[in-house]
Design a protein around this ligand. Sequence first.
Ligand code: GLU
Length: 274
Amino acid sequence: MTALSWRFVGAAVLAVALPFTAAACGVGGDKLVIGMKFDQPGLGLRNPDGTMSGFDVDVATYVAKELGYPEDEIEWKESPSGQRENLIESGEVKYIVATYSITDAREQEVSFAGPYLVTGQSLLVRADDNGIAGAESLQNGKRLCSVSGSTPALRIKDKYPGVQLQQYDTYSACVEALKDGAVDAVTTDEVILAGYAAQSPGRFKIVGRPFSQERYGIGLKEGDTALCVKVTEALKKMEADGSWKAAFDRNLGPAGITAPAPPAPDGCHKAGDD
Ligand code: GLU
């Protein structure tokens, strides 16, 4: 054979071999990047050994599997409350499962599949503090911590303007401040607070009744209806085959919360829906 035809054979072998290499490491060799909280025990937590655990992790992993991505093809991207819309809009994450409430304002920028969990805003205080019974009792000079870009922080500014609100980047930073006495209470969704209370037994307590309804959705690019439909179908399947309840009991059971009936994911929530 001439040098030219050897080159041809070489090119043909490459052309055949390349697609297989790509297939072996997933769709085009790319990882599926999922937005997640890294510091919320019971929901989204990165453990010291690098593994991930929590209800949101299990939901995100189940959905990924339904989309054709096994666990080892997932890349987790930390998504603090105030950065979630940006991370979706910039395309840095495919979707976000991070205690992310479906709201009209957010629907102007992103779409949501869900809801997959319903909870409500509440208050966490030190176990020995008997001076705070609910949001009203914070008005007389108490220092309250929440997170910038979150619905609980917005609601406090709106409904309880007399409260001294301090906004941090993460709830774990708020909980540290509560431990140290730098703030008197932390506010966010009850399931999140229960996770922190369970992590430090005897140190904190949840007071009052939940005073909002937070419906968690999976955030994704605005108008990506095809993805939104697939994610909704995956959520429905997770609820129907018992995986949703198993994940709830495993992750939130230790915090003393019993699994409610799963909410019916009613499709894609986007601007102009409601
Ligand atoms: N669910 C609320 C929200 O999306 C509070 C929890 C959080 O900040 O992740 O803003």
